[in-house]
Design a protein around this ligand. Structure first.
Ligand SMILES: NC(=O)c1ccc[n+]([C@@H]2O[C@H](COP(=O)([O-])OP(=O)(O)OC[C@H]3O[C@@H](n4cnc5c(N)ncnc54)[C@H](OP(=O)(O)O)[C@@H]3O)[C@@H](O)[C@H]2O)c1
Length: 237
């Protein structure tokens, strides 16, 4: 079983360490090579644009595809942007950047995999989403900052997963798509907000990584198109 991990942040790096410890075959594509791991298992994916994904997938031309692809790329803030607290703070530029980072990579992966898969290919594509992007879960997630661009782009990610799962049922019946809400994690993404968070709810990504891998290993085809928590329970869209 070969794994392709997208994103070298807190969870992506923890997944690579867990896979190395399990003796699995893995490749991590991200902006930074994970420390303490075999550098030959790293691919520098600096941008989330079509050409960068095409370059990554040249590695699989004529080679076996991974059987699990985990997309951990996600964007909540950067040096110039904090999550919006009021609608007046929303800009089309940051909304587009958020969509490109949070929703587009899954479709880029879906397109490149579709190009290389055959009708009998077996594969899971899992993207990390967030309950904060759930329309049905809005009541339970409505507290605190509005986070328009992040939440809208995670909602778009979830919709993309459902559409892709439906497309693959006919084209690639052995290939499935899910999105997973990992819960709060103590990673660089939450660094600027740590003072606002209940620290007892912050999970160590090294604890989340094995749970996510075990969840994916136990998936059944009927679960394709689902939005799940780490226990494998369906979450509201
Ligand atoms: N942490 C949480 O509490 C939490 C809660 C719910 C859901 N999630 C989701 O879980 C996933 C993993 O998050 P994490 O906690 O591991 O966050 P993280 O440490 O910030 O990792 C996110 C990764 O995405 C990459 N990235 C962001 N924008 C990019 C861009 N435009 N181009 C290329 N790479 C880009 C980052 O690269 P750089 O490091 O180089 O910027 C980083 O490798 C994300 O999808 C996140 O939304 C996290």
């Amino acid at each position: 079983m070969g794994y392709l991990i997208l994103g070298s942040g807190g969870l992506g790096t923890a997944l690579a360490h867990e896979l190395a410890a399990r003796g699995e075959e893995w490749l991590l594509a991200g902006r930074q090579s994970p420390r303490g791991l075999d550098p030959t298992c790293y691919f520098p994916l600096q941008e989330v644009d079509p050409l960068s994904f095409e370059a990554l997938f040249t590695l699989y031309d004529g080679a076996s595809l991974p059987t699990v692809v985990i997309n951990t790329i996600g964007l909540l803030s950067d040096l110039n942007h904090m999550p919006e607290r009021r609608v007046e703070e929303v800009t089309p530029q940051w909304l587009c950047e958020s969509l490109q980072a949070n929703a587009w990579p899954q479709l880029a992966l879906g397109a490149n995999l579709s190009r290389l898969m055959g009708p009998s290919s077996r594969l899971w594509l899992c993207s990390l989403s967030d309950l904060a992007g759930s329309l049905g879960g809005l009541e339970s997630n409505g507290q605190g900052a509005s986070r328009y661009s992040y939440r809208m782009s995670k909602a778009a990610l979830n919709m993309g997963a459902r559409i892709l799962a439906a497309e693959w049922v006919d084209r690639f019946p052995g290939a499935g798509v899910i999105t997973v809400h990992p819960g709060l994690m103590d990673t660089p993404m939450q660094q600027p907000f740590k003072s606002e968070l209940d620290r007892t709810l912050l999970q160590d990504p090294t604890q989340v990584a094995p749970r996510l891998l075990d969840l994916i290993a136990g998936l059944t085809p009927a679960q394709s198109g689902s939005f799940l928590d780490l226990q494998g329970q369906p979450l509201p869209w």
